[in-house]
Design a protein around this ligand. Structure first.
Ligand SMILES: *Cc1c(COP(=O)(O)O)cnc(C)c1O
Length: 367
């Protein structure tokens, strides 16, 4: 019996009829980009994220890039972000022409170190990108008070759909936020998709313009844009799934609490730390163990689909070698990269599956 890291089959079964019906309507009209389904999903997701504006885009990386470009960020500017994140956060900054400036993370939560971020600000800094890693909010309000007023906070909310911090929903914590609907995310499409959320009408309008060939009206192109839009077929899937997301997130939360209880008497496994004020949505349940690669090998051999998010901090990737950081620059992130282990977690995971994961993990760590 194998236990996958993520199992999307049950989610599909829950929405299959609704998706088939919605897709049939789209196919009948043969309008595949834009349309009422996209506008409806954008309105629903804005409400969900507690903001006035949501713009659907092609994927989460584009969403970050468009948010930065909407703020006017480009060559010569600097953007501060954590070394401990998925590479897309840094890619999006680099694609605007701005320079990614990396900082370390908090040793307990592994979220951006807000003091380090504030200390990295220079006269060229235009934005800081806190990442709601593993499904819990970054301490955005703590960061905000340490930043000059002219530095924007661009929240990377790709992993935190529905999570809250002091009651505020992720996607609404900064000046503008980006999220991803990659299939494995808490709210997953059936292909690539993403969105930008913001309370600011001017930024939302700019994102929409830039993502649609810089075109406010057909064949008018006052600015240079590109093509990054949410497909109609994906909007149908996302609307169907959004209606169930609170329930799925609650199931993830229950499963995460169960892991933490089951692991409480397993020596050698450090369970995730939730920051004060946070209600996470557990995109990933990340424990820390010594000799991680050996433990992971044993879990894989036992059919447990554990993973590593992420094995290489951004500054040690070949893609960002040009930033000229080196080993030792971000010791907390580097140490975490060698210890972290993501356990299988999805809304439908059973108690038996979790008990088996914990038993195999306990064996692997003991050996
Ligand atoms: C998934 C993810 C992204 C990028 O999303 P894509 O839709 O894959 O482009 C960005 N940041 C983080 C933290 C992510 O997990």
């Amino acid at each position: 019996m194998t236990i996958p890291l993520v199992d999307l089959a049950a989610q599909h079964a829950a929405v299959a009829d609704e998706v088939a019906e919605g897709w049939a309507a789209v196919l009948a009209r043969t309008a595949f980009v834009g349309g009422p389904q996209v506008a409806e999903f954008e309105a629903e997701y804005a409400r969900f994220a507690g903001v006035d504006h949501c713009v659907g885009v092609g994927n989460g990386t584009d969403a970050i890039e468009l948010a930065l470009r909407a703020l006017g960020i480009g060559p010569g500017d600097e953007c501060v972000l954590p070394a401990n994140t998925f590479i897309a956060t840094a890619e999006a900054v680099a694609r605007t022409g701005a320079t990614p400036v990396l900082v370390d993370c908090d040793p307990d939560t592994l979220l951006i170190d807000v003091e380090a971020a504030a200390a990295a600000v220079t006269t060229r800094t235009r934005a800081v990108l806190p990442v709601d890693l593993y499904g819990q909010a970054a301490p955005v309000e703590q960061l905000r008070v340490l930043l000059p007023a002219n530095v924007a906070v661009v929240e990377d909310a790709a992993q935190s759909q529905g999570a809250t911090r002091h009651g505020a929903v992720c996607g609404s914590l900064g000046d503008i936020a980006a999220t991803s609907f990659y299939p494995g995310k808490n709210l997953g499409a059936y292909g690539d998709a993403g969105a930008v959320t913001t309370a600011r009408a001017d930024l939302a309008e700019r994102v929409r313009l830039l993502g649609a060939h810089g075109s406010p009206r057909k064949y008018e192109h006052p600015v240079l844009g590109f093509n990054s839009r949410l497909d109609t077929l994906q909007a149908v899937v996302l609307s169907a799934k959004l209606r169930r997301l609170d329930g799925w997130n609650a199931a993830r939360r229950a499963a995460a609490e169960r892991y933490t209880a089951l692991l409480s008497d397993v020596p050698g496994v450090v369970t995730p730390v939730v920051a004060d004020g946070n209600v996470p949505v557990w995109h990933l349940y990340v424990v820390r163990v010594a000799d991680r690669d050996t433990v992971l090998g044993k879990l894989h051999a036992a059919g447990i689909g554990a993973g590593i998010h992420y094995p290489t901090p951004v500054h040690l990737t070949g893609a960002f070698a040009g930033l000229c950081y080196g080993r030792g620059d971000f010791p907390v992130s580097e140490r975490a990269a060698g210890e972290i282990l993501s356990l299988p977690l999805f809304p439908e995971i059973t108690v038996e599956q979790q008990e088996r994961v914990v038993a195999e993990l306990a064996d692997a760590v003991r050996a």
